[in-house]
Design a protein around this ligand. Structure first.
Ligand SMILES: Nc1ncnc2c1ncn2[C@@H]1O[C@H](COP(=O)(O)OP(=O)(O)OP(=O)(O)O)[C@@H](O)[C@H]1O
Length: 219
């Protein structure tokens, strides 16, 4: 599904933040991406989401080499990937429902064709009662779940989540983890960036560990 071959990444003229990364992410797989603060987890997620290009090496996504994917094709490839950002990135002037429906709205779909899906998904993440409120009055955990629902609405083949339990208490973190596991069971490959050891200890999953720009894999 995703393949990195000797990938290196530097920002501008700075030092290499990621060095010689070679690994694969398989369809339907579940893995954590971890490592100390500043190790490059967010940078790696941005490479996976095609919002950054490697400075050397090759990345292929869904069987296509990313350097050959043109700007006009990018939205189509990205629709197959869901991403939950560390800072949620919800639009404050749209309700929870409208935020989650946004990926459909931007491609001009009729509301009647997705309304029931959006409502079902909001119920699934426990926001059935909060769908008509604006994000500024949601709690941190509710925002987190709204961001997760928005990432899932297009039924992505790959879900990327950056510290998805960073702002929530342990019971909610466990609930979110169960949600990701359930999603994975339904067929989506999942990559969760986290440095929450307690969270990782709850699942027997592959760990991609970044340290000093290099990756070690524990299966
Ligand atoms: N836009 C940027 N320009 C220059 N340097 C950057 C940029 N973004 C990140 N860096 C640097 O790249 C390195 C990796 O950062 P990154 O945010 O990917 O790490 P991280 O593992 O996600 O950290 P954290 O766990 O604290 O979120 C850091 O040294 C950071 O300062």
């Amino acid at each position: 599904m995703i393949r990195f071959e000797n990938v290196g990444l530097r920002y501008g003229v700075g030092p290499e933040v990621l060095t010689d990364l070679s690994f694969q992410i398989d369809p339907h797989s579940f893995q954590f991406l971890t490592g100390p603060s500043g190790a490059g987890k967010t940078t790696l997620l941005r490479l996976l989401f095609l919002s950054l290009r490697p400075t050397r090496g090759l990345i292929s996504v869904f069987g296509r080499e990313t350097s050959l994917i043109g700007k006009r094709e990018l939205p189509g490839v990205r629709r197959r990937i869901g991403i939950v950002f560390q800072d949620f990135r919800l639009l404050d002037h749209l309700t929870t429902y409208q935020n989650v429906a946004l990926p459909y709205r931007v491609i001009g779909m009729e509301e009647s064709s997705y309304r029931a899906d959006v409502i079902d998904l909001l119920k699934w993440v426990g926001l059935g009662e909060r769908m008509h409120v604006l994000p500024p009055i949601l709690s941190g955990g509710e925002k987190q779940r709204a961001a997760i629902a928005r990432a899932l609405i297009t039924k992505p083949e790959l879900l990327l989540a950056d510290e998805p339990t960073g702002n929530v208490d342990p019971p909610l973190a466990r609930r979110l983890l169960r949600l990701f596991i359930e999603l994975n069971r339904l067929g989506t490959a999942v990559v969760i960036a986290t440095h929450d050891l307690h969270l990782m200890d709850q699942v027997d999953a592959r760990r991609l560990v970044l340290e000093d720009g290099r990756m070690e894999i524990f299966t």
